[in-house]
Ligand binder design. Structure first.
Ligand code: MG
Length: 162
């Protein structure tokens, strides 16, 4: 259906692992643990990528960047985001805005949120005012949070012309 807007939703979860870096939205965050994954395990960027793909019904991140492919071992997820943004552009769309939430009990995310918004905005070809990154703690209520970090994102895409 030809509509001026498309919305998408993305969700990701990665397990904590000693000796790994914590990278969220392309920003490295000092923490005693990082996230385990085939790529750099940037759960927030993965959620944004899945939201972009979801908005255009183009599958999911695993189909575009298989974790069985050695090219994506320790891959920079922002590079993956740029690849998907090229796809979004080729389909005739641009990002309107993004809203996202990181769910983790540690580290404290507030000091890093603006930097993360700016980092994502750069590759989403919008301004930081168009990228919301929120963070919430669960105080251990939800099982996975003690073992990992969750990220969720929603995106609105705008068709450049109809
Ligand atoms: Mg992931």
């Amino acid at each position: 259906m030809i509509t001026p807007y498309r919305i998408g939703y993305g969700f990701d979860l990665h397990r904590w692992e000693n000796g790994r870096r914590l990278v969220l939205g392309g920003v490295e965050i000092p923490h005693e643990q990082g996230l385990l994954g085939h790529s750099d395990a940037d759960a927030l960027t993965h959620a944004v990528i899945d939201a972009l793909l979801g908005a255009l019904a183009l599958g999911d991140i695993g189909q575009h960047f298989p974790d069985t492919d050695p090219r994506y071992k320790d891959a920079d997820s922002m590079e993956m985001l740029r690849t998907i943004m090229a796809l979004v552009g080729n389909k005739g769309f641009q990002v309107g805005n993004v809203d996202s939430t990181i769910v983790t009990d540690a580290p404290k995310m507030a000091p890093h949120l603006l930097k993360i918004r700016r980092s994502l905005a750069k590759d989403l070809l919008v301004t930081e005012d168009d990228v919301s990154v929120k963070a919430t703690r669960t105080e251990g209520v939800i099982f996975p949070v003690t073992n990992g970090l969750l990220a969720m994102a929603q995106v609105l895409l705008i068709r450049r012309s109809i």
